[in-house]
Design a protein around this ligand. Structure first.
Ligand SMILES: [Mg+2]
Length: 190
């Protein structure tokens, strides 16, 4: 399972760079609990052009990651490793500083480079993998990487756009259905 970070795991406050800015998204623990229970490998793929633009450095990025993991650890019922790998792209084609404009590996979403890199390094099966993000660039990256399914969170985990090679649908969680049941029907369904 490939996950975008900002807007999926933590609230997207545009260029989150300090641990005290980190807030977990609502219901994210339901998604992680389902993934952990199924033994799903979890890989973060995150555009971090704030680094290339000079807004913050890798140390700040790592401090935010550490805070995110600590908060997740408090919320989760499981204790398994939460995130198996993180791939972050610091480049920006227009606003990156010197050395950060050119993205030689095609990592910046909507390109699929980060996903392809992790599939290769971790020997994952792209046809059994899914991508979850909050923007259309996340879905585009997942489609270009020819993953099994790509999902855009249109309103957190309550309203999903689900795209695969054969179909595209939008689904809203019925008020009566718990988030975990909704996600297990639509995100984790085979
Ligand atoms: Mg995002």
């Amino acid at each position: 399972m490939f996950l975008d970070r900002d807007g999926v795991i933590i609230e997207d406050r545009s260029f989150v760079s300090r641990p005290d800015e980190v807030r977990l998204c609502a219901n994210v623990e339901d998604m992680f609990d389902l993934a952990v229970r199924r033994g799903t490998a979890i890989v973060l793929v995150t555009n971090q052009s704030g680094i290339g633009r000079g807004y913050y450095g890798w140390e700040a990025f790592e401090a935010v990651q550490a805070r995110m993991l600590a908060l997740l650890g408090e919320r989760l019922r499981s204790a398994a490793p939460l995130i198996h790998a993180t791939v972050a792209c610091p480049h920006h084609p227009a606003e990156g500083m010197d050395g950060f404009r050119i993205d030689p590996m095609g990592f910046r979403k909507p390109l699929p480079g980060m996903i392809d890199f992790a599939l290769d390094r971790l020997a994952l099966d792209r046809r059994r993998s899914i991508m979850i993000g909050d923007r259309d660039i996340d879905v585009a990256a997942g489609m270009k990487a020819r993953l099994h399914r790509s999902i855009q969170l249109l309103d957190g985990f309550d309203h999903l756009r689900v795209v695969d090679s054969a179909s595209e649908t939008q689904l809203r969680r019925p008020m009566s259905e718990p988030v975990s049941a909704f996600l297990s029907r639509h995100v984790f369904a085979d």
